[in-house]
Design a binder for this molecule. Sequence first.
Ligand SMILES: [Zn+2]
Length: 403
Amino acid sequence: MRYGLPEEIKFCKKCVMPNTRPSSSNEYKHTVAREHDFIKFDGEGVCSACRFCEAKDQNINWEERERELLQLLDKYRSSDGSYDILVPGSGGKDSVFASHILKYKYGMHPLTVTWSSHLYTDIGWKNFQNWIHKGGFDNYLFTPNGKIHRLITKNAFINLLHPFQPFILGQKTFAVKMAARFNIPLIFYGENPGEYGANISINQKKFAPNSEGYRLDFVDKNLNPEEIFLGGKSVADYLKEGITLGDLGSYLPLDTDVINKKNIDVHYLGYYIKWVPQECYYYAVKHTGFEANPVRTEGTYSKYNSIDDKTDGYFYYTTYIKFGYGRATQDAAQEIRNHHITRDEGVALVRRFDGEFPKRYFQEFLEYLDLPEKEFTEIVDSFRDPHLWKQENGEWKLKHNVN
Ligand SMILES: [Zn+2]
């Protein structure tokens, strides 16, 4: 079986998530052969993300947590208005909420930084601009070298069926690099990845090295080009083709010594205040004029999650191929956990929308990767594991479905 998929496929009894959802990973070791860690289910058949969200309702003293936040922020708040906190984001609902509340409720002086989308949607670009202009923030938008970004994205698609890997690596290391450059000692992310089933406890306030692919433990001077992979291809192989370390620098981690010397702390706001994605949406609408998509997002029923990038749909679609669950499953699971819909409603939504092919930007995506459609399809099909997929009358069908 590919990716170390679980032998027995199960679906969470509370939400709709299968036990094939990857949890944490080290993207730099990502080759085709790599095995994943998957979301944990407990003895009652309930996933760790559901347990995480239950704890938000039951076990957490949120007033106490807010006091902890105030203490932390008091320690870092600048008295002369200089940047004291860095908030990475795209101008989506979560980064709008985090940056806005930190600035206007807690009196911090954030610098916001953005790792560019591959191909902005109109609505994504508009929301990004509104974040800065209506929300009132300083922002650095970084757009990586387009030739290199497309090349690694193409490799990641061909080798790993993971076209978002270079984006993820770049985005995750970018925030720390910017904090180091501007001598900002504190980084705040919004959501705690435990919400979605990463192996992170509700009592973990900081990003820890080795968790969530957020690798702080690679040291540049020890960088072994044979052992670090981008898009499933070693850095050594890129170098052989005339691509330089400088070209790849945006995707490689910052030297750990620099991070330690600068004492950069990385926290989740979701540890300190109760995080409800739908409320972030309403908050963003109110404070920066955030707009949901005028049309339904393909592959799901929601209109406000992950809508900035024309290539987003292919990230969710490739996940569906490799792990047997799609974008509707992710959205429904999250909304069930936060009590917006029932499990039955979630199951119906998954049946209706999961795995729908994202047609709207398909030609642009193929052009972006410089890949003919036939080759796209062949690559996709080669990543279907027989443990998850069967063919019926010439059509691919999942063997395991929720309920
Ligand atoms: Zn669950």
